[in-house]
Design a protein around this ligand. Sequence first.
Ligand code: SF4
Ligand code: SF4
Length: 83
Amino acid sequence: MQGGLDKGNPKLRELVINRQWCKGCGVCVAFCPKHVLELDDKEKAVVARFEECICCRYCELRCPDLAIEMPLLPQYGPNDLSA
Ligand code: SF4
Ligand code: SF4
């Protein structure tokens, strides 16, 4: 997934969900204010609407299994996610 988003935070490169760690609790789906995430037919979280992501990080912070990562585009550092 590349940057250049029409919506959301353009610094975000992708939303990575580790399917091996995801236990399908649905916490990330419930907390996402933009309905970016869904559970698939295997009860694993998937990114359904990446372009809607506003990088609030609720999903990453709330996942009890640390299964979500939000890598930024290479020109940005770890403190650049907000704004
Ligand atoms: S919060 Fe974490 S473990 Fe729960 S569904 Fe989302 S990614 Fe999977
Ligand atoms: S960072 Fe926020 S908007 Fe983006 S998927 Fe996670 S909870 Fe949804």
